[in-house]
Design a protein around this ligand. Structure first.
Ligand code: TXA
Ligand code: MG
Length: 353
């Protein structure tokens, strides 16, 4: 049985959070909202508790977990004293959607959390439920996104239950999450350059503005290289953030050409007997014919796209869509993180027109 606590996201009832925190102290797993996506939390010091996270998600054990804290004073037990650049990041973006990878202090966290690395990803989420739950539990909380491994991350408590009901002790439902995509994960190298390991809620421009004089490097260009455009067979390969149907991402210069190519892909798929879906934006919702047309936010405000993206991917599953054609968005600001997730959801199947 998975227990459900429904709380006000801004002013969560203390009693519900005490119960949920009690579960965490008892070594159980509890899902909770953050400003990015729902996380599946457990006591980061306990290997038994952390093992239960990997088990519930079906997550490969070589993928380390982010550790969530509620106050800066919790840092000292987990890592070395932050230098000036690290402090500047924390001052600028905590609480908020930034995970900083730092050297881990020996013997405090379960080695399962760091997957054997000498570093740990730390973040202070900007959500009253998350902050109050961590404080009430009285321990650092390890929390990956609360989805089955490979599925789109959950932005509503209902998504958590879809994937994990019966596999975890409880869910604190604090309403839909804000940003909708995961935190940006960063790490400094020995030369002092900052590497973005995963684009997310904090943009490259925001990082550069907070760290004048520091080199900020985006993920390796190889990640952007196109792969063969042949659509993968549904369910054949396990991709990240992926809906159940196959997905192809179409990008290029002239918007009319992109949309014409998308419609052709849809028609070809329909002729093959696929149930077709299209992932587009409010501005273009009328441009396509498909069994399911999902307008995911507005191109004029990419934060609305980030907010709705994972729910949109799950929507196709609900509708039994077997082939999805997705429209690229500009890679500006949060658009870089959106495109990173779309590429992964498409399993690298990208058509450049
Ligand atoms: O917004 C978020 O970050 C959400 C919420 C729940 O906080 N959490 C999340 O966790 O997205 P997860 O486990 O789904 O993604 C963690 C990412 C993975 O890509 C992992 O490889 C990376 O962070 N990561 C964690 N620790 C790391 C480390 N020590 N070195 C490098 N990468 C690390
Ligand atoms: Mg995840």
């Amino acid at each position: 049985m998975t227990k459900l606590w429904t709380v006000n996201g801004e002013h969560p009832a203390a009693e519900a959070l005490q119960e949920a925190a009690g579960c965490i102290r008892d070594g159980l797993t509890v899902a909770f909202p953050t400003e990015t996506v729902y996380g599946l939390g457990a006591d980061a010091r306990s290997s038994e508790a952390v093992a239960a996270i990997f088990e519930a998600k079906g997550r490969p054990s070589d993928n380390p977990l982010i550790v969530h804290i509620a106050t800066r004073s919790q840092l000292e037990e987990l890592t070395v004293p932050p230098d000036e650049a690290v402090s500047r990041l924390m001052d600028a973006f905590w609480p908020g959607p930034l995970t900083v990878v730092l050297p881990v202090r020996a013997g405090v966290l379960s080695p399962l959390v760091t997957a054997g690395l000498s570093t740990v990803g730390l973040r202070m989420p900007d959500h009253p439920v998350a902050l109050q739950l961590i404080a009430a539990a009285g321990c650092p909380i390890a929390a990956p996104s609360a989805n089955r491994s490979g599925r789109p991350s959950p932005t509503h408590a209902a998504h958590v239950l879809e994937d994990l009901a019966g596999r975890i002790a409880g869910v604190v439902d604090g309403g839909p999450t804000g940003v909708g995509l995961e935190s940006t994960v960063v790490e400094f190298d020995a030369e002092g350059a900052l590497h973005i390991l995963r684009p997310g809620g904090i943009t490259t421009a925001q990082l550069r503005a907070a760290l004048p004089g520091v080199q900020v490097l985006e993920p390796a260009a190889s990640e952007h290289e196109p792969e063969p455009a042949a659509p993968r067979a549904p369910g054949m390969k396990y991709a990240h953030y992926a809906p159940r149907g196959a997905m192809v991402l179409v990008q290029g210069g002239a918007p009319e050409q992109v949309r014409a190519r998308m419609q052709r892909e849809l028609e070809d798929a329909h002729a093959r007997g696929e149930r077709t879906g299209v992932l587009t934006y409010r501005e273009h919702a009328d441009a396509f014919r498909a069994e399911r047309v999902v307008a995911c936010g507005s191109l004029g405000d990419l934060e609305t796209v980030a907010h709705g993206l994972y729910a949109a991917l799950r929507d196709f599953d609900e509708a039994g869509i077997s082939f999805i054609v997705a429209e690229a968005c500009p890679e500006e600001g949060i658009g870089a993180a959106i495109m990173n997730r779309l590429r992964k959801a498409a399993g690298g199947h990208i058509i450049h027109v």
